[in-house]
Design a binder for this molecule. Structure first.
Ligand SMILES: Cc1cc2nc3c(=O)[nH]c(=O)nc-3n(C[C@H](O)[C@H](O)[C@H](O)COP(=O)(O)O)c2cc1C
Length: 207
């Protein structure tokens, strides 16, 4: 009887609050192939690389997201090796993407996003106010027993992303000041996994 009551009440709630298309949580997001011809040349990009702590409202589309994730930790050779070097080819780095619509893990082999938590974690993870303007927060995670190596791997990845941002005119800031315990819990990480660092991303404000 109680079950029936819940079902009826649930039905009434669903009818009075229809799920909008843009509210739908996607469990997997297939990412487009990166455009390997895009962006400024390397020397100009290096000249432009810098930290920005100001972001406009423009959303980062799937094409740019695909390219910056591929820059961070994508497969760039047929044998599955990555855009970043890793000690003993350990490939231990995981990149999590906290964006509108939930938190996802980037799967480099499938070049896809896999949902880990539908909650909007991107703004609660950061301890600085300006992060609330950023569209996307990347979180770098590893389970490497050698934490020095893991930090170097994350550094390679955030530098690749920083260079990608400079090459297309996107803003980014690396963030050590984050709530690692909350992220460990909400990203459903294993006991061996640990959060290393994060990076906030967004387009600049229109001038
Ligand atoms: C490992 C690391 C941690 C950082 N953590 C923060 C942070 O928590 N908050 C912040 O606003 N900037 C942070 N930054 C950005 C630095 O403050 C910034 O890189 C530095 O001021 C130099 O500026 P530039 O990147 O424009 O050359 C961090 C940078 C690195 C490399």
């Amino acid at each position: 009887m109680r079950k029936l009551l819940f079902l009826v009440l649930g039905g009434i709630f669903m009818l009075s609050n229809p799920v909008k298309a843009e509210d739908k949580i996607e469990t997997e997001i297939a990412l487009p192939t990166p455009d390997y011809e895009s962006g400024r040349p390397l020397m100009q990009t290096l000249k432009e690389r810098q930290t920005y702590r100001e972001f406009g409202p423009r959303i980062i589309n799937d094409q740019n997201l695909a390219e910056l994730l591929w820059a961070a930790n994508g497969v760039n050779r047929p044998d599955g090796r990555r855009t970043i070097p890793t000690a003993r080819d350990s490939r231990d780095l995981d990149v999590y993407v906290l964006k509108q619509g939930g938190a996802y893990r980037y799967n480099p082999d499938r070049h896809m996003l896999e949902l880990v938590n539908p909650a909007a974690l991107r703004y609660t993870a950061a301890k600085q106010d300006f992060v609330k303007q950023a569209d996307v927060l990347l979180v770098y995670v590893s389970n490497n027993k050698n934490r020095e190596y893991a930090a170097m791997h994350a550094g390679s990845a955030y530098q690749d992303v920083g260079l990608y941002c400079a090459s297309v005119g996107m803003h980014n800031v690396v963030l050590g000041m984050i709530d690692k315990d909350m992220l460990h819990k909400e990203l459903h990480l294993n006991d061996d996994d640990y959060v290393i660092i994060a990076q906030a991303l967004g387009w600049p404000k229109k001038k």
